[in-house]
Design a protein around this ligand. Structure first.
Ligand code: ATP
Ligand code: MG
Length: 399
């Protein structure tokens, strides 16, 4: 087995759930948006905390306290597609000499401690996770069980916190010297997103394999709802990406296209080496140019049937679908890394194996609340995912 170093940068934050927020309350209604783009709250949508501060002329601490009656969150989880994906990949590769290091920032506060305490229970190295002045990034999820005519409604407030100050100057040379450079969900780390192509270019120049996974780009969606989202700073970044992982909505908005054929055509011709596009409980799509994985036309692959079987037999195992996509990305990346560690040459990697680890990991995420499973003992998740992966290979007739 070859040793590999994986440097991961991008979005890592705390998801805080407030399970009983009354959206009809005076506090909520006074913060409600009056017209598009004014920074006020909208039921079922995401607002940025700084926009809400400008809208209400109050600081975010005060705002949150008024919305939640000063109560503590019902539950807190580690979130963010970069860290959640990296943790899954690291757990899946527990027995391989693949070393993961996360590059990012928290504030010097209790939330930052919380994030570190979680990651310390995983194989991901946080020596490059720095502390900056300011608040740890987070998403507050305000859930009103009586909202939306009794169907329940969730409203999100994202505080970028120190993620708005994290820029390429915080990335040391070690980041670019890794064998694999993985940049995740930088649409929520604007300083990195605006320099995405130069970061990837530098990594490629050093001979790294590059992976990018995406997140809904609220900033560009607000700015230009009628235009395709840029891949960071434009479209140049695509040619420096060896593996690109997205969900359907992100693929649609990044391509700026509406129809299946056009969306696939956009990414096939974008310059990336391979991609996968997920669609929740529906089948996902993979494609490879032949750069790392063997060449493959756009291919539809099902989600894991075994996960459905397990949930049908054990309804008590159901957690939620938070982080399915992040874990899917981690599973896909883990297969790429494992095959490289096994000494496979570029152009010979098996994309079905990657799809199988991805579907296993995305499915496994449903068994937990939040996106990160903390192992009771090392190797536990690798073994579980391997069983799901093997069942998946049978499901798609690859064994
Ligand atoms: N209900 C489900 N049953 C089985 N597998 C699922 C289900 N939902 C999601 N998955 C797995 O997870 C993958 C990713 O899901 P999805 O497309 O919802 O990602 P996402 O939109 O990026 O989610 P998030 O950003 O919340 O993590 C799917 O391709 C599938 O393999
Ligand atoms: Mg996602």
């Amino acid at each position: 087995m070859k040793e590999l170093t994986v440097a991961v940068a991008g979005c890592s934050l705390v998801d805080s759930l407030y399970a009983n927020v009354n959206t009809s309350s005076r506090a909520f209604q006074s913060l409600r948006s009056k017209k598009n783009g004014d920074g006020g709250l909208r039921e079922g949508e995401l607002t940025f905390a700084d926009a809400l501060e400008k809208f209400s002329h109050k600081n975010y601490g005060e705002i949150l306290s008024s919305l939640t009656n000063g109560e503590k969150p019902t539950a807190r989880n580690l979130g963010g597609p970069a860290i959640v994906g990296a943790i899954n990949a690291a757990q899946a590769l527990y027995s391989y000499p693949v070393h993961f290091s996360f590059y990012g920032a928290t504030g010097k506060d209790e939330k930052g401690e919380f994030i570190r305490s979680i990651i310390r229970k995983t194989p991901v190295d946080i020596r490059n996770y720095v502390t900056l002045p300011g608040a740890t990034p987070g998403t507050d999820v305000l859930s009103d069980p009586a909202g939306n005519n009794g169907k329940g409604e969730r409203t999100f407030i994202n505080a970028l916190g120190v993620c708005s100050d994290y820029t390429p100057k915080h990335l040391p040379e070690s980041f670019f010297k890794a064998d694999v450079v993985w940049i995740g969900a930088t649409a929520l780390v604007p300083g990195l997103h605006m320099k995405l192509s130069s970061l990837l270019k530098k990594a490629k120049k050093n001979g790294a394999v590059t992976i990018v996974n995406t997140v809904y780009d609220f900033i560009n969606e607000r700015k230009n709802p009628d235009k395709a989202w840029p891949m960071g700073d434009g479209t140049e970044a695509y040619k420096y990406i060896d593996l690109l992982l997205m969900d359907w909505e992100e693929a649609r908005r990044l391509s700026g296209k509406e129809f299946f054929g056009e969306i696939m055509g956009f990414f096939v011709n974008s310059g990336v080496g391979a991609f996968a596009i997920t669609r929740g409980a529906h089948a996902f799509f993979v494609w490879s140019s032949g750069r790392l994985f063997m060449p493959r036309n756009v291919t539809e692959l099902p989600v894991s049937a075994k996960v459905d079987e397990i949930l049908a037999a054990h309804p008590e195992k159901r957690g939620d679908t938070t982080g399915c996509g992040d874990n899917f990305a981690g599973g896909f990346a883990s297969s790429l890394l494992r095959q490289l560690s096994e000494g496979k040459e570029p152009g010979t990697l098996d994309i079905y194996d990657a799809g199988a680890w991805a579907a296993a990991s995305g499915g496994f995420a449903i068994f937990t609340v939040g996106g990160t499973y903390l192992e009771k003992k090392k190797g536990e998740k690798q073994a579980y995912l391997k069983d799901l992966r093997d069942a998946y290979m049978l499901q798609i007739n690859r064994i």
